[in-house]
Design a protein around this ligand. Structure first.
Ligand SMILES: Nc1ncnc2c1ncn2[C@@H]1O[C@H](COP(=O)(O)O)[C@@H](OP(=O)(O)O)[C@H]1O
Ligand SMILES: [Mg+2]
Length: 266
């Protein structure tokens, strides 16, 4: 376990500002109009994803010149810098499909990975005007129009689980089989990293994901959920780690520590 580091808190403050500036720009771009393209893997990208990623990379280079930035769209275009023990993982828009369709459930992710673990995370929801953030040892926080509030997973956890998951996951046979093993209160679909944030702020207890995700989809949210009293684990119960082949995550379960002993790990 890494210890709290005052320097990380200083870096976090800069990243919160960078992400807020990127959020304003996304809202402006949405008003001005943008174009939608398909990547080689047939997934969606917009001119806004690329613009925001470029902005974030330039800003991070200024704040932490020695830390390489691994970012979704650059990797898609075959541009990933050499990296070592410490690197940024950036998703300029998580939930691009939702953003391109005019919805509000999309997020900006900026996460700092050190020795395979995310130690700083900022998740901004431009469409909801909310920021979530954490640095290892400094707690998890939410900032909105009401100010800054410390967030934690629900304690005590309710008897029946409040499940949140991806719309893509809800109709999968794997999910149908999984849910049969649990006493469930509700199953609510949500887009992008809103699912992680709902667990982190106590609005949901568990987020199972049986469809693919990339490391930039989870790094920033994982830093936050871990500071809020939860975790993201593979189906064997091992904490999700970073720097894997192709930046691809396995299926995972994100849950509050208060329900972890109810989860059936493989
Ligand atoms: N087949 C696939 N392979 C890898 N990642 C996938 C995928 N299908 C969806 N994703 C990831 O899931 C994210 C959307 O999550 P959700 O379905 O929970 O809203 C996408 O984020 P992007 O929008 O950044 O591409 C993408 O990274
Ligand atoms: Mg993205």
């Amino acid at each position: 376990m890494l210890t709290p580091c005052p320097q990380n808190n200083a870096i976090l403050k800069s990243v919160i500002d960078i992400s807020a500036e990127a959020a304003s720009d996304i809202i402006q771009c949405r008003q001005d109009g943008f174009t939608v393209h398909k990547k080689q893997d047939r997934s969606t990208v917009t001119t806004v994803d690329r613009r925001i990623e470029h902005f974030i990379i330039e800003k991070l280079r200024h704040v932490t010149p020695d830390i390489p930035v691994i970012a979704e769209e650059s990797v898609s275009e075959g541009r990933a810098p050499l990296y070592g023990d410490t690197y940024w993982l950036v998703d300029p828009i998580d939930g691009t499909d939702e953003f391109a369709a005019g919805g509000d459930d999309f997020a900006i992710h900026i996460g700092l990975v050190h020795l395979g673990q995310p130690i700083i995370g900022v998740v901004t929801l431009p469409g909801h005007n909310i920021q979530y953030y954490a640095a290892r040892g400094h707690g998890a926080w939410r900032k909105n129009a009401d100010g800054e509030t410390r967030i934690t997973c629900a304690s005590p956890a309710p008897e029946h689980l409040r499940v949140v998951t991806s719309r893509r996951c809800m109709n999968l046979p794997h999910f149908a089989a999984w849910r049969k093993n649990y006493e469930i209160d509700s199953i609510v679909p949500a887009g992008s990293s809103i699912k992680f944030m709902q667990v982190a702020e106590g609005a949901a207890d568990i987020y199972p994901r049986f469809t693919p995700s990339m490391e930039w989809d989870t790094a920033a949210p994982q830093a936050i959920i871990e500071e809020a009293g939860g975790s993201i684990r593979d189906l064997s119960g091992d904490i999700l780690r970073y720097g894997k082949a192709g930046w691809l995550n396995s299926s995972f379960i994100c849950c509050s520590d208060h329900v972890r002993d109810r989860v059936i790990w493989a």
